[in-house]
Every structure is written in C-alpha cells, then in structure tokens.
Design a protein around this ligand. Structure first.
Ligand code: TTP
Ligand code: MN
Ligand code: MN
Ligand code: MN
Length: 373
C-alpha cells in the first residue's frame, strides 16, 4: 500500500513530444546514472543500449515527483529489466555499482576527458586512447599529433569553455550579437534557441537563429556579422559552414545528420562588465582577467524555414529524436530541421510557426520550457 504506482504512470507516453518535461528534474539520482551509462555505451558503439538508457532517463525526467520504490514505475514505458535493476540498486544502496565500475574504467575516463575538448569527437578520442595517451597534457606534449584548427581552439580556451555559461552571460551575448546584426541589417531578427530557450539556467554554449524577413536576403549576412564581430575584437574563433540547402530534397531520415543551413560555430570574448546583474562590480581582481571565452552557435536559415529551424535548434536532443520518430511511425511523415513531408499525400507541409508544425503532426503544442526531455 505504501508503494502503489502513481496514477500518472499509467498514461505516460513513450514519445517525449507527448510528455511535458520542465527543467525541474525530481529523479536526478537515476537520470545522472543513466546518462553516464548512455555515454559509456556510446563510447563502446552500442547504439541500442545507449538509446535505451537515454529514453529511460527522459521518461524519469518527465515525472511530477521522485520515484521512491520500484512499484512507482510499474507501467512506465522505456524502462526494461536492465534499467529497473539499476534503479533497484540505487533505491536499496543509494548508489549504482554498475556506474561506479564504468566511472573507474580507464578507457571511459580518458574518452570522457578527450571528448570534453571542443572539436574532439569519439573517433579522435579513441585514436588517442589507443596510442596510450591518457591526459590532455600528454596530448599537447605528443609531437606526432596533428590538431586541427577547431581542436587547437578547444585546447586554447579549454578552461573557459568547459565552465558553464549562465543565463546572464547568454543575455549579454544576445545584446551584443543583436546590435551587430542590426547595424548590418536593421530588419534582421535574432532568436535565442537551445537550452536557454527551454528555460535552463546554465548551458555549455549559447545558440541563436538569425533571419531577415525577405527571402534570400539572409545570404551573406552571417559572414558580414562575423566580420563585424572580428572588427570589434570579440571573435576568438570561427568555423563557418556555407549553406548546402536544397529545397527539393526530402527531409533526412538520419537524425544525427547535420542540417544544411548556413551556420557558424564561434568562440566569443565576453567582457565581465557587460553582464547584467553583477552591478558592474569587479570580482576578485587577482583571480579574474576581466573576460571569458564562450561557445556560440549562430544559424541563418531562409525565412520560410524559420519555424522548422527554430523547432530543431530548440531541442532537447531527446525531444527532437522523439518528435521525428513520432512523425515517421505514427503519422507517416518525415520531419527534420528544414521541412515536414507527408509521405502518403506526397507533399510538403508549410509552416510559419512551431504551432503550425505541431498542428500538422496532430500534436498538442508543447512550450519550449516543456521540452527538456
Ligand atoms: P546544443 O547546443 O548541443 O544543446 P542544448 O542547447 O540543448 O544544451 P547545452 O546547454 O548543453 O548547450 O544543441 C541544441 C539543439 O541544436 C539540439 O536540439 C540539437 C540542435 N542541433 C542541430 O539541429 N544541428 C546541429 O548541427 C547542431 C550542432 C545542433
Ligand atoms: Mn514539481
Ligand atoms: Mn546549447
Ligand atoms: Mn549548440
């Protein structure tokens, strides 16, 4: 009787787009463990288990209260025998021996450390590990290692960009980039996306969409914004990708495929005095150099694709995965960052807002702050 399943558990959907998930996570003790196990599976290229752990974490994040006993998860989707066994360990012992085993694994430690560097993916990390390298110092000291430009920036600003970005810092960057964009194109619009649009207090970067109301006018805009940021002395690093967008192409079925919009991955210099809320007060002058480096993603979709780009770049990743899976499996539609295609009717479904896209999919609208799946 002390442990009956909450009534909510009986109608939780397997799709994150049919759940509401705020930033308030009542089951962090479980989801942190599942996310680490997912990451470990990713390093071992075990795609099935990786997805299973991610889905389990996502379902638990959507619950309105903390799980105190296994009875409370009866009937919940995406929780199999394996994930339940991990939860049981945590409920009984207050810790997971499985995750502790992973955390103490030399290879896991090295791959986690290496992939924490901007520009270093699992493939490169694995290569370095196989060469016997274990620390960042060893990588920098190894003469035969060729770092690309992105990785060099990743090492150069490692301390700053591995530090969380606050909401105040995100707002300050927004003002700076907006002012720069308006100086070039007064009718341009800058929208905050990613985790900060979902209401997160901290992020690993800041994501923006930049658009102009007239089709085609976005061409060349991003490059001019980058030039201007460089002139202002705040551009520390820039990787620009031109548009490879083809209107006639069907939406991609591979989620992890990069989108085709013109975009840039930046590292910007943010002065401490530019932040709201610190009252312009200098922190301990001995400790602070007065500025920090911040990772920024800036995307420039054509205006008729704005709604799709906004939905795709707002995340969370798990929410996006499930939205696409739902579209494909339940509606026979294909969704990506650029378009929504109805495979039965063989036509593209246009949208000027995120609400339009949810309506096309026959879904209730989910607010950005409810997409923290
Ligand atoms: P991220 O910035 O990686 O993640 P986040 O903002 O949710 O969290 P964090 O605080 O750690 O920054 O990605 C934001 C969204 O952008 C995510 O849903 C995936 C999407 N995205 C694309 O659609 N295409 C891309 O090429 C990239 C890099 C991200
Ligand atoms: Mn609550
Ligand atoms: Mn982000
Ligand atoms: Mn990003």
């Amino acid at each position: 009787t002390e442990c009956s399943p909450p009534t909510a558990a009986t109608n939780v959907s397997q799709y994150a787009c049919l759940r509401r998930t705020t930033t308030e996570n009542h089951n962090k003790i479980f989801t942190d463990v599942f996310e680490e196990l997912a990451e470990n599976s990713e390093f071992n290229e075990s795609k099935g288990p990786c997805l299973a752990f991610r889905r389990a974490a996502s379902v638990l994040k959507s619950l309105p209260s903390a799980v105190h006993c296994l009875g409370a998860i009866q009937g919940l989707p995406c929780l199999g025998e394996h994930t339940k066994a991990v939860m049981e360990e945590i409920l009984i012992f207050g810790r997971s021996f499985k995750v502790e085993e992973v955390q103490s694994d030399e290879r896991y430690q090295a791959l986690k450390l290496f992939t924490s560097v901007f520009g270093v993916g699992p493939k490169t990390a694995e290569k370095w590990y196989r060469r016997g390298l274990r620390s960042l110092k060893e990588i920098l000291a190894e003469p035969n290692i060729q770092l690309n430009r992105m990785q060099r920036a990743g090492f150069l600003y490692y301390m700053d960009i591995s530090k969380a970005v606050s909401k105040a810092e995100a707002k300050a960057l927004r003002s700076i980039i907006e002012e720069t964009a308006h100086w070039i194109a007064p009718d341009s619009k800058l929208a905050l996306t990613g985790g900060f649009r979902r209401g997160k207090e901290y992020g690993h970067d800041v994501d923006f969409l930049l658009t102009v109301p007239e089709m085609g006018k976005e061409e060349g805009l991003l490059l001019r914004v980058i030039d201007r940021l460089r002139d202002q002395g705040i551009l520390l690093y820039c990787e620009h990708q031109g548009s490879t967008f083809d209107m006639s192409k069907l939406p991609s079925r591979r989620f992890e495929a990069m989108d085709h919009f013109e975009k840039c991955f930046l590292i910007l210099r943010l002065e401490e005095g530019q932040m709201e809320g610190d009252g312009g007060l200098q922190k301990d002058p001995g400790e602070s150099r007065g500025w920090r480096a911040v990772r920024v993603d800036l995307v420039a979709p054509p205006v008729d694709r704005y709604a799709f780009a906004l939905l795709g770049w707002t995340g969370s990743r798990q929410f996006e995965r499930d939205l696409r899976r739902f579209a494909r499996k339940e509606r026979g539609m294909c969704l990506d960052n650029h378009a929504l295609y109805d495979k039965t009717k063989k036509l593209f479904l246009p949208a000027t807002s995120e609400e339009d896209i949810f309506a096309h999919l026959g879904l209730e609208y989910v607010e950005p702050w409810q997409r923290n799946a």
